[in-house]
Design a protein around this ligand. Structure first.
Ligand SMILES: Cc1cc2nc3c(=O)[nH]c(=O)nc-3n(C[C@H](O)[C@H](O)[C@H](O)COP(=O)(O)OP(=O)(O)OC[C@H]3O[C@@H](n4cnc5c(N)ncnc54)[C@H](O)[C@@H]3O)c2cc1C
Length: 476
């Protein structure tokens, strides 16, 4: 051991959850806070756009957070960051062992906030890894096995941190063809980024349609847009192995690519929580104050599982802005200001080749899999009145419970989806996010007033349109 550091609060992880925990603790007057970070902090959400260089022309470097200049973080962060990996935790002794370039250090703490995040998950097929690789200290899950990212084969890419983006950026500069596996927001944003760099992209999806966060008929709009823009899309595809020249599917098809990007989801990094003896299931277990099974340990961000506000089901939201809210809650409780996390719902909003899509809460397909009886209500929308040439088409969809199940009541709005050209549906998604997490029913739509302004939307009130359909569905 090269030294002993004492902290009132130790934060593990330098992602959005860790950084906002640090910032909130300082704002709340907690003086002695240390944060262990094992990679350069970034604005992760902007990494695909850094690779694409259209929206972030300066490339991935512009997305790296310079701690010394970040206006969001207190200047003390520089002296309070310990570079390295927390290799072991002893909760009885309140001690963490940090391994870094400076050797091993011991840090004692009064409270601990775990924010280790999630790591990319890659299906365990041949050709993904190479030996011996170089150690980076950050990893992926290869099937169920945590593997250092330095072991990824030269033609295999993921996108989670600054170094991943740098690798992908260098690849985009010289590649002609790429295969992107996974068609969630990250897969599609990465595919568009590569297309923006002139790379021809083939998309591969294991599920029957692209974008699992959308139902099939909504996802069909996204898939059509991808194909219009020249992308080949394979759905229901099973991967056999990564080849030097691309990707082989189980049916024998070989997809040519200079590289293969895996955007096949992420899983909570539970290594440290398990080693410390904390309760875990899909993620680290926390209560509404973000407290784990140990009273002095709090956990936030992608590593924790939470209760879905609408249904009471356990969910892994994996959302950056939620990690930040959770960090505020953990910090406030540690600082002696009791606070609960408001009800949570999952959301995702993205844009691909000008088509905006968003999904909040449950799709019909997810509800069916969970055995929740639901119906879908769809409404075509136009972003301006028909006589205004800049109007664009879109569709909204509500997923509504049709019968009671557990705490779910008939008529309760469980999900909202939108796909539209032209205008961002962000504020719309936020409105439905509130309705869903507050367990409102379709009848409550009447209380949500519609504002019309010709420069912004068409005159038809979509909330009344949905309400009318819902009343027919429920015989009202
Ligand atoms: C390409 C991309 C686009 C995204 N877009 C959006 C978006 O538009 N909106 C949105 O809300 N969310 C988005 N997300 C999700 C968002 O980035 C995550 O939800 C968020 O990063 C979670 O924050 P976190 O702090 O919990 O975890 P992370 O960001 O994963 O940070 C955890 C950090 O802790 C480190 N760590 C782990 N173990 C240790 C240890 N033992 N010692 C030291 N350090 C450790 C990890 O290496 C990592 O650096 C996106 C994610 C990606 C990858």
């Amino acid at each position: 051991m090269s030294g002993l550091i004492q902290a009132d609060v130790l934060v593990v992880g330098g992602g959005p959850g860790g950084r906002v925990s640090y910032m909130a603790l300082k704002q709340l007057g907690v003086e002695n806070v240390k944060m262990v970070a094992n990679e350069e902090p970034t604005v992760i959400c902007s990494l695909p756009y850094g690779v694409g260089r259209r929206l972030v022309p300066a490339g991935p470097e512009a997305v790296v957070v310079d701690l010394s200049k970040s206006h969001r973080l207190p200047p003390t962060i520089l002296q309070d960051v310990i570079q390295g990996n927390v290799a072991a935790l002893d909760l009885d002794r309140r001690e963490a062992v940090v391994e870094g370039k400076g050797g091993r250090q011991s840090v004692t703490f009064g409270h601990l906030i775990l924010a280790p995040g999630a790591v990319p998950w890659i299906p365990p097929v041949e050709g993904v890894l190479e030996d011996p690789g170089t150690e980076t200290g950050t990893g992926i899950l290869y099937g169920g096995e945590w593997v250092d990212k330095g072991r990824l084969a030269g033609n295999v890419f993921v996108l989670r941190g600054a170094n991943d983006a740098r690798r992908l950026d260098a690849f985009a500069a010289k590649a002609k063809r790429a295969v992107v596996v996974g068609t969630g927001a990250i897969g599609l944003e990465t595919a568009e980024a590569l297309a923006d760099r002139g790379v021809s992209v083939t998309l591969v999806e294991a599920l029957p349609h692209v974008v699992a966060a959308l139902d099939e008929e909504m996802a069909a709009r996204v898939q059509a847009r991808l194909q219009e823009k020249g992308m080949t899309v394979f759905t229901g595809a099973r991967i056999e192995r990564v080849l030097p020249e691309g990707l082989k599917l189980e049916d024998g098809t070989v997809l040519q690519g200079d590289g293969v990007v895996f955007a096949t989801g992420v899983r909570p990094d539970l290594r440290l929580a398990k080693q410390a003896g904390l309760s875990t299931e899909k993620g680290i277990l926390v209560d509404s104050r973000m407290q784990t099974s140990h009273p002095r340990v709090f956990a936030v961000g992608d590593a924790v599982q939470v209760v879905d506000g609408a249904t009471g089901e356990t969910i892994l939201p994996l959302i950056g802005t939620l990690a930040m809210r959770q960090a505020m809650v953990a910090a406030a409780n540690i600082a002696g200001r009791p606070m609960d996390l408001p009800p949570v719902t999952v959301w995702g909003v993205s844009e691909i080749f000008g088509l905006h899509w968003g999904s909040v809460g449950w799709t019909e397909e997810m509800a069916n899999r969970a055995g929740i009886p639901v119906a879908g209500i769809s409404l075509p929308v136009r972003t301006r009145d028909p006589f205004m040439p800049e109007g664009r088409d879109g569709v909204w969809k509500l997923v509504v419970a049709t019968a009671p199940r557990g705490s779910v009541k008939p008529g309760q709005i469980l999900g909202f989806q939108v796909a539209q050209d032209g205008d961002s549906p962000l504020f719309l998604a936020e409105r439905f996010l509130d309705m869903i997490s507050r367990r409102e029913t379709v009848m409550d739509l009447f209380g949500h007033y519609f504002i019309h302004s010709p420069a912004h939307n068409a005159v038809d009130d979509p909330y009344l349109g949905l309400l009318n359909q819902a009343m027919q569905l429920f015989g009202r």
